[in-house]
Design a protein around this ligand. Structure first.
Ligand code: 6CS
Length: 357
């Protein structure tokens, strides 16, 4: 099993990774007394950790980000740490909070444990089907403004929100109706809000980290899991499943975060550069993820042994209705700011419907 090797985390030894000295100025630019004085700017390394393996959507983004940053600076190197090299999603977030890591992806399905507001992206039937509208929402300055405070309260800086594709249910059975979920042990990411989303369909949700999903399927600890197609393919989940059901109930959206302390300590020009690159990658990454997901689906189906089930609008309607009350649970967890975030997204979707009519 080739994918197995990706899951074996190296020990999270900060010293071995050169991350020792968390919290103080451990960057190569900090001068020691004995170093000769120079007016040249010193090289600086931005460590960028991913929740996904090489070949993933996050990896594509990080590679492009690295290339664009390094092309436009003399003194910056971006070092990419794919999944399996530093730790789980929650551990990466913790490293950034301690200013021991500069940049990392943090999926709302895990991050909502700490920042309930981002749980909005785990709710079902919220984001629009329309690609352009979805891009506009994910780059809406008003939304960034609303999310920034809870990120900063956690010593994080929100830099980007990127789409990684529609979530697809993989399972030992097709999942056409909420009744099909009866007793279905669905692996979810670790935030409690996701547990509620699947309880709403009558499932038996089982939160676990990404690294344990393959063995969970293999050992029969879970009946299925949910992820975008590119991930189902590259992590080998489809090998242990007979059906893939597409309900287009939610997109997988990831947040790109930075250590707040690090971000605030950057030169203004570097902060502006990050912003510039982020803006350039909005359309680029969406086109990439669409291509990744289409190609990987073809690969899975060509291999055989997995059936693709696409729900009709009528079938989706039953799930939409069943999912509705989870919004209330989100609001209980995310409070007033959560309400503003949810209202802003729904308002963007509604006003676009009105314009179309
Ligand atoms: O299911 C998960 O936990 C993960 N899925 C993806 C596609 N990216 C990162 C996340 O940790």
């Amino acid at each position: 099993m080739t994918v197995m090797r990706h899951w074996l985390f190296g020990a999270i030894t900060l010293a071995a990774l050169g991350l020792a000295g968390c919290g103080d100025d451990s960057s190569p630019s900090s001068e020691s007394d004995t170093e000769p004085e120079t007016t040249e700017s010193k090289p600086d390394t931005w460590r960028f950790a991913l929740e996904e393996i090489e070949g993933s959507v996050q990896y594509a983004y990080a590679r492009e980000f690295k290339e664009r940053i390094e092309d436009r600076t003399e003194d910056i190197t971006v070092e990419i740490y794919p999944f399996g090299t530093l730790g789980t999603s929650s551990q990466l977030t913790e490293l950034m909070r301690q200013n021991a890591l500069e940049l990392a992806f943090a999926s709302p399905g895990h991050l909502a444990d700490r920042i309930p507001e981002v749980g909005v992206f785990t709710l079902h039937f919220i984001m629009p089907d329309d690609t352009q509208l979805s891009r506009d929402i994910l780059s809406d300055p008003e939304l960034y403004e609303l999310f920034q405070k809870p990120f900063q309260d956690e010593n994080l800086q929100l830099l980007d929100m990127i789409p990684e594709g529609w979530m697809v249910w993989s399972g030992d059975r097709p999942l056409r109706t909420p009744e099909d979920f009866e007793g279905f042990r669905m692996r979810t990411m670790t935030s409690p809000i996701l547990v509620e989303s699947y309880r709403a369909y009558g499932a038996d949700p089982t939160p676990m980290p990404y690294s344990e999903v393959y063995s969970g399927l293999q050992l029969g600890l879970i009946d299925g899991q949910v992820n975008p197609i590119f991930a189902i393919q590259e992590m080998g989940f489809y090998e242990e499943q007979e059906y893939l059901t597409s309900a287009r109930h939610a997109q997988f959206i990831s947040t790109l975060a930075a250590s707040r302390e690090w971000h605030e300590g950057l030169d203004e020009s570097h902060r502006e550069l990050i912003d510039e690159v982020r803006g350039e990658l909005v359309d680029w990454i969406d086109e990439e993820q669409i291509r990744y997901n289409e190609e990987r689906l073809e690969q899975i189906l060509e291999e055989g042994g997995t059936e693709w089930v696409e729900l009709s609008d009528e079938e989706r309607e039953d799930f939409r209705e069943a999912s509705h009350y989870v919004r209330q649970i989100y609001l209980e967890q995310a409070g007033e700011r959560g309400q503003e975030i949810l209202d802003t997204i729904l308002d963007r979707v509604d006003s676009s419907d009105r314009v179309e009519r």
